[in-house]
Ligand binder design. Structure first.
Ligand code: SAM
Length: 306
C-alpha cells in the first residue's frame, strides 16, 4: 500500500509552486460567472497541522511557506511589496490561521479550491468540486475535514483511483447557457514508477474528451528518466491537441548535507493568458526566500498561447 503522507511535505517549496499556480489560474477562471467543475485527482487530507510531529520532523514548511511568510513580513516593514500571485497565495494560507499568531494550519489543494468556490462573489454560481484519494488514513481525514464545511452536494469525495476517475468526469455538464468549464489538478505522489505514464495517459484521454479543460499536472524534478519524460510527453500531447501550455519549474537548490526533493514543476494545459506574467513576477521572490544552494533557479516556458 502507499507509504507517502503529504503531512510531511505540506507547505514545502513544491506546494508553494503548485498552490500559487492553482490560485492564480482559478482567480482568472472565476472572474467569469459561468460555473466550473473542479477536480482534484490526488486530494490528500485537505488540511495539515504545521505544528504536527510530521511537519516538525521534516521541517519542510519551515523552509517553504513559513520562509515566504517571513520574507513578506520583512518587506511589509519597509521593503517592496510581494508580487500579486505570491501575496494572494500567502493571503490564502493566512485566511486559515488566526491573525497575528504563528501559522498552525496549511490548506491543501481541496481546501484552497473550496475557499475560492465559497467566496461571496462566487457563492451563487454553483461550482462543483470532485475529490479522489486512495490512502485509508488520508481519505478518512479528508472526509472529516470536509464534513466541517457542511458543503452538501457541492463537494464529492470518492475513494477511487484519480487517474481513471478524471477522464470519466469529462466533458463536464453544460451549465444554463450551454457553457462547459472544468479545471483539474493532477498531483500524484509518484511513489509508483508507473504514475508518470498513467498521468500522461489520463491527460491524453482528458484532451480527447474535453480539449478546452484546464489541466494542471505537478511533477517532481528528479534523476529518473520517467520524471524527465513526463513534461516532454505533456508538451507533445498539448501540441498535438493544438492547445496552449505553460511549464513552470522551481529549483530551490541543494544545501550541503540536505537530502530530499529540491525541484519540481507544474505543467498547465490551456492556462489563462495572465498566468505567464503572474508567475514570472512571483517566482523570483519565491526563489529569493527559499533558495538553499547549488542548482537554484526558476523557469516559465510557454507554447501555443495566442
Ligand atoms: N493535492 C494535495 C495538495 O496539494 O494538498 C496533495 C496530494 S499528495 C501529493 C498525493 C496523494 O495522492 C496522497 O495523499 C496519496 O495517498 C494519493 N494517491 C496516491 N495514488 C493515488 C491514486 N491512484 N488515486 C488517488 N489518490 C492517490
Amino acid at each position: 500500500m502507499f507509504s507517502y503522507r503529504h503531512a510531511f511535505h505540506a507547505g514545502n517549496h513544491a506546494d508553494a509552486l503548485k498552490h500559487l499556480t492553482l490560485i492564480a489560474t482559478l482567480r482568472h477562471l472565476m472572474a467569469k460567472s459561468a460555473p466550473l467543475l473542479l477536480a482534484d485527482t490526488h486530494a490528500g487530507a485537505g488540511l495539515y497541522r504545521l505544528d504536527s510531529e510530521a511537519a516538525r520532523t521534516s521541517g519542510e514548511a519551515a523552509q517553504g511557506v513559513l520562509a515566504l511568510q517571513a520574507q513578506a513580513n520583512g518587506q511589509a516593514d519597509g521593503g517592496a511589496p510581494a508580487p500579486e500571485a505570491l501575496r494572494d497565495y500567502l493571503d490564502m494560507v493566512a485566511s486559515f490561521n488566526a491573525p497575528g499568531k504563528s501559522w498552525r494550519i496549511y490548506p491543501g489543494s481541496p481546501f484552497i479550491m473550496q475557499r475560492l468556490m465559497a467566496a461571496q462573489e462566487r457563492a451563487a454560481v454553483h461550482d462543483r468540486l470532485r475529490l479522489f484519494e486512495l490512502h485509508p488514513s488520508d481519505i478518512h481525514a479528508l472526509q472529516a475535514n470536509v464534513a466541517q464545511l457542511q458543503a452538501g452536494r457541492q463537494i464529492t469525495i470518492q475513494t477511487e483511483d484519480g487517474f481513471a476517475a478524471l477522464p470519466a468526469l469529462l466533458p463536464p455538464p453544460a451549465a444554463a447557457g450551454g457553457s462547459r468549464r472544468a479545471l483539474a489538478l493532477m498531483d500524484p505522489s509518484y511513489e509508483i514508477k508507473t504514475d508518470y505514464a498513467r498521468a500522461a495517459a489520463a491527460i491524453q484521454q482528458c484532451l480527447q474528451r474535453f480539449a478546452t479543460g484546464v489541466y494542471l499536472v505537478w511533477h517532481p524534478i528528479i534523476a529518473r528518466p520517467e520524471a524527465h519524460g513526463l513534461p516532454r510527453r505533456l508538451k507533445t500531447l498539448a501540441n498535438q491537441a493544438r492547445r496552449g501550455w505553460l511549464h513552470a519549474t522551481l529549483n530551490v537548490g541543494a544545501a550541503k548535507g540536505q537530502a530530499g526533493l529540491s525541484a519540481s514543476g507544474v505543467f498547465v494545459i490551456n492556462p489563462p493568458h495572465t498566468l505567464p506574467a503572474a508567475l514570472r513576477a512571483a517566482l523570483p521572490a519565491v526563489l529569493n526566500a527559499l533558495k538553499r544552494g547549488a542548482g537554484q533557479g526558476w523557469t516559465v516556458e510557454t507554447g501555443g498561447l495566442k
